[in-house]
Design a protein. Structure first.
Length: 155
């Protein structure tokens, strides 16, 4: 576990250095925040085009005798102003990604996120909700559903 965490630090630093070069969309170029659900932890999102973004999350468990680190990243297609709920417009996203949980037996799966986003106009913040079917590939093949709500502040 310690080896996994030490190898993630350079990767996260590289992501932070690359974030300012991401193309801005309605909410800004790079956002950091929280996600609550499955997983519950830190969330980030970087715009790579007007309708494309990369998001990710990290969570960890250190209680109840279980120690694990969970990471996921998704390539998203964003559809702006897709749903009108008077007086607000919601964006929606879908995509594909990968999830990894480092624990006794490392689990890896293919994610297919679908969700709604609401970008505040007064401050650079995005609220989001998503549901994510997951096809677990290791250590055994199975199906799971993740999901969460969260917010990110954009810089």
């Amino acid at each position: 576990m310690r080896h996994c965490i030490s190898s993630l630090v350079p990767a996260l630093l590289l992501l932070l250095l690359a974030a300012p070069s991401a193309l801005p969309a309605e909410s800004g170029g790079f956002g950091v925040g929280v996600i609550l659900g499955a997983p519950t932890g830190l969330s980030c999102k970087a715009w790579i085009g007007p309708h494309r973004a990369i998001d990710g999350a990290a969570s960890w468990t250190t209680s109840g005798g279980e120690h694990s680190l969970y990471l996921h990243s998704d390539l998203l297609r964003q559809n702006h102003h897709a749903l009108h709920l008077d007086p607000v417009w919601l964006d929606w996203h879908y995509g594909v990604g990968i999830a990894i949980r480092f624990k006794e037996e490392t689990e890896m799966g293919l994610r297919i996120p679908v969700g709604l986003d609401y970008s505040l106009t007064s401050i650079p913040m995005e609220l989001f909700v998503e549901i994510v079917p997951v096809m677990l590939l290791t250590p055994d093949s199975s199906f799971d559903i993740d999901g969460g709500i969260g917010l990110r502040i954009f810089f």
